[in-house]
Design a protein around this ligand. Sequence first.
Ligand code: C2O
Ligand code: CU
Ligand code: CU
Length: 464
Amino acid sequence: NMSGHNMGNMKMGEMHGGGLLPESALPQNLPLPDLKKLINTSSQSNYFSATLTAKPVKLQLTPELNTEFWAYNDQIPGPAIEVFEGDTVEITLKNELPQATTIHWHGLPVPPDQDGNPQDEIAPGASHTYKFTLPEGCAGTYWYHPHGHNTVAEQAFRGLAGVFIVKPKQDPLAHIPVQNWLMSDLKLSSDGQIADNSMMDWMNGREGQFVLINGASKPQITLNQATRARIWNACSGRYLDLALNDADIYVIGTDGGLLLKPHQVKSLLLSPGERAEILIVPRKSTQQNLKALAYNRGKMGNVPEEVTRNLASIVMTQDSLPTLPEQLRALPLLGQPTAVKKLEYTETMEMGKGMNFLINGKKHDMNRIDLTSKLGEVEEWEIFNNSHMDHNFHIHGTQFTIINHQLNGQVHQPEYIGHKDTINLKPYERVRIKIAQHHKGLRMYHCHILEHETLGMMGQLNVI
Ligand code: C2O
Ligand code: CU
Ligand code: CU
């Protein structure tokens, strides 16, 4: 039942956002923490097995701040899962939360009945084992988070998320050092506890006063040479347009793995849920900030203009572009589409009830199939953002490629082609993608601004 999330029922304190801690409340400039790995308890080769326990935990953020999170294995962010292509993965979820949950393997080609759909909730006190085998060729930068019914936004902002890295058997970039940067958002009220969503958060997507990298606020990152960084935008609603002075940035991978060739960029926009792999080549030895540039995404209400934020300070040592292979990988692409699907995003305001976020005029209904696809058939999907704010599009279980973008009557080719499971749409933008599903069953697609997803901007695809 949605009433708990309904803006019409919000208390006044929530409407005004309440008091928040200042940004200086958390320590800054500490060395970037490593993501702690989930330990494999299996002794078989090509087999990964482990347990994740989701439960409330109090973490001492400072001597004064004892904050309750919901965490996997008491860790913020959750433990990093690192496996190889071809591995069989068996993960037991123990649910010690006060509400039902699931684990969704964002971006991974796992069968629908193992993908943590809202229909497959694990009750409080229960446990469940997810099991799947990762196909060859799926090496990439994925993550996991809850996907229960109407609870995703809250469970994510309380801390439940972790990275899932699939490594190739032969890494063409094995000679380049790697760093993992999981970017998440934290909103603490003045009592040091995680704040509930305000009415503005429900409309625009939640943004807290802290952007964390691997759980730390404004950490210090050291780059002693050209470095490959895997970056996750695991924020509920925050867009990150990342930039660095005095360094060359090359995109080398997208959500679902490496590109064919590196592509140099000035900045890198990651909407919520998106990931990228970049190669950072320092142009001089300096200390500077990793910035998130102002990105105005058509928020509703009286919200201040975005400004550039500093996410981290980076100490870097000048280096040159490392030797790269001619081709980073053979990038398999889908053939000609033989079916077409169209989605339209809209939002409406209902008096006394707040916003509705809709796909093709409808709110998500667990008991309704919105679309049907045939197993393996290549389809063209056209997603039209018929609204004055940015939304993004994510679909479960597969990777797609962009055919083109259309904005203000102009058609644009994508800047580069890569495997994607999440893509942003500016206001009134149309994006056409090529997509195929490789397992039968039920798949979700939605805006990955988690508040919009929770308020209904989600649909269900049945693959037959
Ligand atoms: Cu990360 Cu259905 O999403
Ligand atoms: Cu997903
Ligand atoms: Cu949205």
